[in-house]
Write a new protein. Structure first.
Length: 226
C-alpha cells in the first residue's frame, strides 16, 4: 500500500519534471528542437535586432526613445506570445536582449526603471502587465531598481482604427504618478512593449517629468512601422 502511493507520487513528480525540462529543449516560437536555448537558430536569425534610436515629441517636449527593432519577424512573435499566450519564457528572452542593449549601448545614467501601466480592465482580463514582466526581468539582470510609478486613470478607446491625431487625443491626460517620492530628480527609464504613434509612451514620460523627474528615457521592445 505504502509503496503503491510512493510509486504514484514518483510517477507524478517525473511527469512534472518531464513537462518542465522537455519544454526547455524546444524553441518557444516554432517548437523545433534547439538544445538548451529558448530560441532555435532560425528564430534567432529572424529577430532582426538593430537598436533603433529616435525622438518622441510634441510641440514642447522631446524624449529619447530606443527600440530593439521593428515590430516584425521574431520580435513580433515574442511580444504576442508573452501578451496573449502568457509565455513568460518570451518575456525572459526579450528581457535578455534589453539587458544586452543597456549594458552595451545605453549611455544614459539611469536611477530607476518603470513601465507603462495597464488599465484596470486589462489587468483583470490578462492577469498581468507584459511591460511590468519585461521591466522586472531587466531590473534583476541589469541591477537597476524598478517601481510602478504610473497609473492609468482614464478608460481609453481601443487605439486600433484611430487616426494618428485621434490616438494622441485619446491617450492625453490618461496617466497620473504614484510613488512620487521615487520620481523627483531621478533619471528614469520607461519600458513599453510596442510603440506605434508613440502617444502612450510620450504621455507617460511627460507625466513623470511633470512630477519632477530629471530625465525620462523610453525603451521599447519594438517600433511599429504603422
Ligand atoms: Zn524557432
Amino acid at each position: 500500500m505504502g509503496s503503491g502511493i510512493f510509486k504514484s507520487v514518483k510517477y507524478v513528480l517525473n511527469c512534472i519534471v518531464d513537462m518542465v525540462f522537455c519544454g526547455m529543449e524546444n524553441c518557444i516560437l516554432c517548437g523545433f528542437t534547439c538544445g538548451d536555448s529558448l530560441l532555435c537558430s532560425q528564430c534567432k536569425e529572424q529577430l532582426k535586432i538593430n537598436y533603433l534610436k529616435y525622438p518622441l515629441k510634441d510641440k514642447e517636449e522631446t524624449f529619447k526613445c530606443y527600440s530593439l527593432g521593428f515590430y516584425s519577424y521574431s520580435i513580433k512573435k515574442l511580444v504576442l506570445a508573452l501578451k496573449y499566450e502568457k509565455n513568460f519564457y518570451a518575456g525572459k528572452v526579450i528581457g535578455e536582449y534589453i539587458v544586452d542593449f543597456i549594458k552595451s549601448d545605453l549611455k544614459e545614467d539611469i536611477d530607476i526603471m518603470t513601465f507603462v501601466p495597464s488599465s484596470s480592465e486589462a489587468m483583470k482580463k490578462r492577469g498581468f502587465n507584459q511591460c511590468e514582466v519585461i521591466c522586472k526581468t531587466v531590473s534583476v539582470n541589469a541591477d537597476i531598481p524598478y517601481k510602478g510609478l504610473l497609473k492609468k486613470i482614464k478608460t481609453t478607446k481601443d487605439q486600433i482604427g484611430l487616426s494618428t491625431e485621434e490616438r494622441w487625443e485619446n491617450i492625453k491626460d490618461s496617466f497620473i504618478c504614484i510613488n512620487t517620492e521615487s520620481i523627483k530628480g531621478k533619471n528614469i527609464l520607461l519600458i513599453d512593449d510596442v510603440v506605434t504613434t508613440g502617444a502612450t509612451a510620450f504621455y507617460c514620460a511627460s507625466t513623470l517629468k511633470k512630477f519632477g523627474a530629471n530625465e525620462v528615457y523610453i525603451l521599447t521592445v519594438a517600433k511599429s512601422r504603422v
